[in-house]
Design a protein around this ligand. Structure first.
Ligand code: 6PG
Length: 247
């Protein structure tokens, strides 16, 4: 496998290109497997992609299964909720609704919510099944999903979903617990699709993609630096500015 880079001139073109890629991959998955299992990224960057995709998609969304790579431990109507961002930017505009495995960010017991998600995901995938595409972002500290530098979640070798703490800086300091898929879970994806936009990502992308290999301190390297995985990194020019390689 390999890492494929795609550089778009600006965030709007990046969103269009990423939507086109997902539409093609989704159509192929539905044709081949009868369904498209897509793990969604949270944060801000994917919002433009979801809005663009919902506008132009002709997929049979009744055959799409949506998962979450992570969720903040807040209610689903909280402005910080990844589910809320997806509901507003994607679900609200779709012609028909996909099946969704939502992470219960509102749960009183986040560890139990993580266990519930682990069980639901294992039941969905079965022994050999795979996530067809996992969408991911990269945080300024090199985290992806809610796999933060130095966290115990990085060393989880069997569970597919765990509760973890986010550094206060990760979300305005107002919540620190998260639910996140783990490295083994994300490695069950046939394709990993990273999305990054903006000059504020240029430095971290250069360190993750071309810097010293240290996934414990730059967790996105678990995936972006693993030659066994099929990984696309879609960026705009601003985010790609410090990379020496362009494709
Ligand atoms: C989250 C995301 C997180 C995100 C990165 C990048 O819940 O915040 O899962 O991993 O993808 O922090 O976030 P932006 O796209 O907002 O830069």
């Amino acid at each position: 496998m390999a890492l494929y880079l795609s550089i778009s001139p600006d965030p709007a073109t990046l969103a269009e290109r990423a939507a086109e890629v997902l539409e093609v991959l989704g159509g192929k998955a539905i044709e081949t497997y009868g369904r498209f299992i897509l793990c969604l990224a949270g944060g801000n960057t994917p919002r433009a992609l979801y809005e663009q995709w919902a506008k132009q998609s002709s997929l049979d969304w009744g055959r799409v299964v949506l998962l979450f790579g992570d969720e903040r431990c807040v209610p689903p109507d909280d402005p910080r909720s990844n589910y809320r961002m997806v509901a507003e930017s994607l679900l609200a505009t779709l012609p028909n609704q996909p099946y969704m495995l939502r992470m219960e960010g509102e749960a009183e017991d986040p560890a139990q919510a993580a266990l519930n998600y682990d069980h639901a995901l294992r039941e969905l995938l079965g022994q050999q099944g795979a996530i067809h595409v996992a969408l991911l972002g990269v945080g300024p500290d090199g985290h992806t999903a809610s796999l933060f530098p130095g966290s115990d979640a990085l060393r989880e070798g069997s569970a597919f979903c765990v509760r973890t703490d986010a550094p206060a800086s990760a979300a305005g300091g107002r919540e620190v617990s998260r639910l996140t898929l783990t490295v083994p879970a994300l490695r069950r994806a046939r394709k990993l699709m990273f999305l990054a936009a903006g000059a504020e990502k240029a430095d971290v992308l250069q360190r993750v993609v071309e810097g010293p290999l240290d996934p414990e301190s730059m967790p996105a390297q678990f995936f972006l630096r693993d030659e066994r995985l099929n990984v696309n990194l879609l960026m705009d020019e601003a985010a790609a500015a410090n990379l020496s390689r362009r494709e």
